[in-house]
Design a protein around this ligand. Sequence first.
Ligand code: SF4
Ligand code: ZN
Length: 265
Amino acid sequence: MFDKRFRDTVRLGKMIRKGDLVAVALSGGKDSLVLLHSLVRLSRDLPFSIVAISIDEGVKGYRTPLIRTAAKECKKLSVEHIVLSFRKEIGTDFDTIFRKKKKTPCSYCGTIRRYLLNKAVKEAKADRLATGHNLDDVAQTFLMNLIRNGPLRIGGESGHGLFVIRPLMKMPEKEVRLYAELTGVPVSTRRCPYAGYAFRNHARSIVSETEERYPGTLFRMSAAIASIKEAVKRKNKNSNVRNCKKCGSPTRSKECRMCSFLSSL
Ligand code: SF4
Ligand code: ZN
């Protein structure tokens, strides 16, 4: 059932074309590893190539073992694995950044991680960036965008002109975990020490409590997102995207988030 839903999501969403190079954002967590395994299996029927990209934020005791697992799985599946680190690319690791930016660490970490991921995707000349976001993640992100008044992001705006696909977007987190356990995909219980600061935690508890009380909430939210996504995409097209005055990336302000974060550091 899981494999069928995965294939249907990719096919109906026209996520991958024959001959594409798909870059997989590989954190080393169960979602991205299930995504990698499922894409490798799919690539045996629909010819496309895969490259995996991991970003090492430099969070002591957290990311290194996950990247080690990611590297092992890539080797097993014969997938090229690219690793970019904060330390090498921006000259500092996240533990150091955290000492200066304690209030909203995940917003800094996430922006830098996305920037590096985009950079690696462009350097690898990949056609698609596949992320391991599952149905719970998608519902949480939707809620977070509503609460933070970020409606334009609902349309799936990546901000960097990349074609981002989320083949696990119809899979509840519980099913991804079960699938991983049944198929021998490593499941890590490690948690980032800064995760407690994330606004996502709040959205996660709202979504999972609602799902528990009103089963089917996740799927209903997914249907609601799909129906308003197109309208938001049309609006996105008409909005004012310009180039960052420092790095040239697409942005809605004078300076992109990455550049303003870097200068504030
Ligand atoms: Fe970065 Fe926050 Fe994720 Fe930790 S939980 S890796 S700080 S985004
Ligand atoms: Zn910039």
